[in-house]
Design a protein around this ligand. Structure first.
Ligand SMILES: *Cc1c(COP(=O)(O)O)cnc(C)c1O
Length: 354
């Protein structure tokens, strides 16, 4: 990646934790690297980012993040190939989406070069933390929150932008059983569903807990108005295969514009798979399950890439999906991960070398 140097100050950690980490048994997102990038917004502008040892943050109890929830984040990964080269996948799209989220939550936008150069500098410093075991990667969590103080319900005047890394193993969620949700909603027209806002996740936890108690792993969100259309699978975009056509819900105010989703659409078209971006009704899915035309359902997102669904529940009836050998989920997952790990030609120009 071309980077003009921005003079990012680096304060190195006195000791490294890397020898204590079992890289062959990494879970997802609970081990953190030695350093983090921190960038403060004060007096109306973003300071130059700095890299410091990974450490807790001290905040005033009246910091607005605690009271009014101004908090947004991104999720992305860095991959190491056989030659120890490091790759990112469509990173500018994450930066642009962070700023879309920022705008909606009245958070000041982060300059693209601060994001990209800060991320690159931190990756170069932490390159030994990028795991190489198959399927594993360095999970990257950029986030911004309101650190400014005061109980007045208005946007804060100070913010922190932080990037932290978590080396993570392959995300084998297994096949998931999902519940089509008709009471609770993840998002609404005119709301913040399209933003990667922390509060969107908080609002999902309770209905998801209820689904877990009923024996499901995840919730399928439907539209808030009629609950007739399926929209997302937990915090992933949703794909449905009816006969040989791959269908996904169109992005909107209510649906997050996933980078995995739009990459899968491109790859599927390239594979000659018939693809439709259109509203999907619950009754259509139920009908398709009954008459055997429903072949696959899966969620798509950075963490798991593709998460196949084995069954869905709707109004106290469970509908099983068939096990098909040459399924789209495996084909598409292989094609996208081969690009991410530099194992295949990158015909769409998505890969960025660090
Ligand atoms: C992050 C996220 C996704 C997936 O987006 P990717 O860019 O593919 O990781 C989908 N839905 C929701 C609600 C999300 O927060």
């Amino acid at each position: 990646m071309e980077t003009k140097t921005m003079n990012i100050k680096i304060e190195k950690a006195k000791t490294s934790k890397i020898d204590k980490v079992d890289f062959d048994n990494l879970a997802f997102g609970n081990v953190f690297t030695d350093h983090m990038l921190v960038c403060d917004y004060k007096n109306g502008s973003w300071n130059i980012p700095e890299i410091i040892p990974y450490q807790p943050i001290s905040l005033d109890p009246s910091a607005k993040i605690f009271h009014y929830g101004q908090s947004i984040f991104e999720g992305m990964k860095a991959y190491k190939d056989e030659n120890n080269d490091i790759w990112l996948f469509r990173p500018l799209d994450n930066c642009k989406r962070l700023n879309i989220s920022a705008k909606r939550m009245a958070i000041p936008e982060i300059p693209e070069d601060y994001f990209m150069e800060g991320l690159t500098a931190l990756l170069k410093l932490e390159k030994d933390w990028i795991p190489q075991t198959p399927g594993s990667s360095l999970y990257i969590r950029p986030f911004i929150f309101a650190s400014g103080t005061g109980f007045h319900a208005s946007p804060a005047d100070e913010y922190k932008f932080i990037i932290a890394f978590a080396p993570s193993g392959a995300y084998f969620s297994g096949k998931v059983k999902v519940l089509i949700e008709e009471k609770y909603s993840r998002s609404a027209n005119g709301g913040v569903g399209y933003a990667k806002a922390g509060g969107n996740y908080a609002g999902q936890f309770y209905p998801t807990q209820l689904a877990l108690e009923k024996g499901y792993n995840q919730v399928i969100w439907t539209d808030d108005n009629t609950h007739e259309f399926i929209e997302e699978a937990g915090a992933m975009n949703i794909f449905v295969r009816i006969n040989d056509t791959l269908v996904t819900a169109p992005t909107s105010d209510r649906i997050l514009d996933g980078i995995t989703r739009k990459s899968i659409l491109k790859i599927a078209k390239d594979e000659g798979i018939a693809v439709e971006e259109r509203k999907i009704t619950v009754s259509e899915i139920v009908e398709a399950a009954k008459n055997g035309s429903l072949k696959e359902m899966f969620g798509a997102g950075t963490a798991a890439v593709i998460s196949p669904i084995s069954a869905f529940g709707f109004r106290d009836v469970d509908y099983d999906l068939p096990e098909i050998g040459d399924n789209y989920a495996s084909l598409l997952k292989k094609r996208i991960t081969d690009i991410q790990y530099n194992r295949a030609e990158d015909k769409f120009g998505w890969r960025v070398k660090v």
